[in-house]
Ligand binder design. Structure first.
Ligand SMILES: CC(C)(COP(=O)(O)OP(=O)(O)OC[C@H]1O[C@@H](n2cnc3c(N)ncnc32)[C@H](O)[C@@H]1OP(=O)(O)O)[C@@H](O)C(=O)NCCC(=O)NCCS
Length: 176
C-alpha cells in the first residue's frame, strides 16, 4: 500500500474537517469529543492551527494518492512549565485502511515531527483502556503507562477508564 505522510496545510482544511467528523461519528467511544458537538461548529478547534501552520500544534495526514485516509495530531501547551512535553491527539485511520500499519507509520511520522521541536523530551497520550487496537499500537511504538484514570466520562456520558501513556525522546529513537 503506497501511503505517504505529511503535515496538513490550509489546502487540506475541507478534507480535515470531513475525516475528523467521520472519526467522531464512527468511533464515538474512542474520543473525548462528540460528533454532535463538533459538527455544529463553523470551525473545528484545530483548523486555526492548520491555517497558521503552527509549529507546536499540527496534524499529520496519511494519504493514499491525494485522498486523506488517516490523521494524527500533536499539541504542545503554551505553558512555560510544560514546554518540554506535548500530546498525541485525534489519531484515526479510515476503517478500509486499518490493520495495514498505516496507524503505526502515521504515529511515527507525527512523533518525528513533534521531536523536531528541540525542547520536547516527552510525548504523552491518553487512550481508553477498552480500545484494544489503539492500546496495542501505542505500546508497539514504545509508549508506557504512567497513570490510570478510572471512571472517566466522555461527552456522551459513557463511563470509561483512561490509560495515560508517555514516550521519551530517547525511547522513540530506539524504537523508530
Ligand atoms: C487505532 C487505529 C488508529 C490503529 O490504526 P491501524 O492502521 O489499524 O493500526 P496498525 O495497522 O498500524 O496496527 C498497529 C498494531 O495495532 C494492533 N492492531 C491493529 N488493529 C487491531 C485490532 N483491530 N485489534 C487489536 N489490535 C489491533 C496490531 O497489533 C498492530 O500491530 P501488528 O500489525 O504488528 O500486529 C485505528 O484502529 C483507528 O482509527 N481506530 C478508531 C479510532 C481510534 O480508536 N483512535 C485512537 C484514539 S486514542
Amino acid at each position: 500500500m503506497g501511503i505517504t505522510y505529511r503535515k496538513l496545510s490550509s489546502k487540506d482544511l475541507v478534507d480535515y474537517r470531513e475525516i475528523r467528523l467521520e472519526s467522531l461519528k464512527e468511533y464515538p467511544d474512542s474520543f473525548g469529543a462528540s460528533y454532535e458537538d463538533q459538527k455544529i461548529k463553523k470551525k473545528l478547534g484545530f483548523e486555526e492551527y492548520i491555517e497558521q501552520e503552527h509549529p507546536d500544534k499540527f496534524i499529520v495526514g496519511a494519504f493514499d494518492n491525494t485522498q486523506l485516509v488517516g490523521i494524527c495530531g500533536f499539541f504542545r501547551e503554551d505553558n512555560a512549565k510544560r514546554m518540554n512535553a506535548g500530546e498525541i491527539i485525534q489519531m484515526y485511520v479510515k476503517s478500509k485502511y486499518q490493520s495495514n500499519k498505516v496507524g503505526y507509520w502515521l504515529l511515527q511520522a507525527t512523533l518525528d515531527e513533534a521531536l523536531r521541536i528541540k525542547e520536547i523530551d516527552n510525548v504523552e497520550l491518553g487512550v481508553y483502556a477498552s480500545n484494544q487496537s489503539a492500546n496495542t499500537l501505542c505500546e508497539k511504538a514504545g509508549f508506557e503507562e504512567y497513570g490510570f484514570k478510572e471512571n472517566q466520562f466522555n461527552d456522551r456520558g459513557t463511563q470509561l477508564n483512561r490509560r495515560l501513556m508517555v514516550l521519551s525522546r530517547d525511547k522513540h529513537m530506539t524504537y523508530r
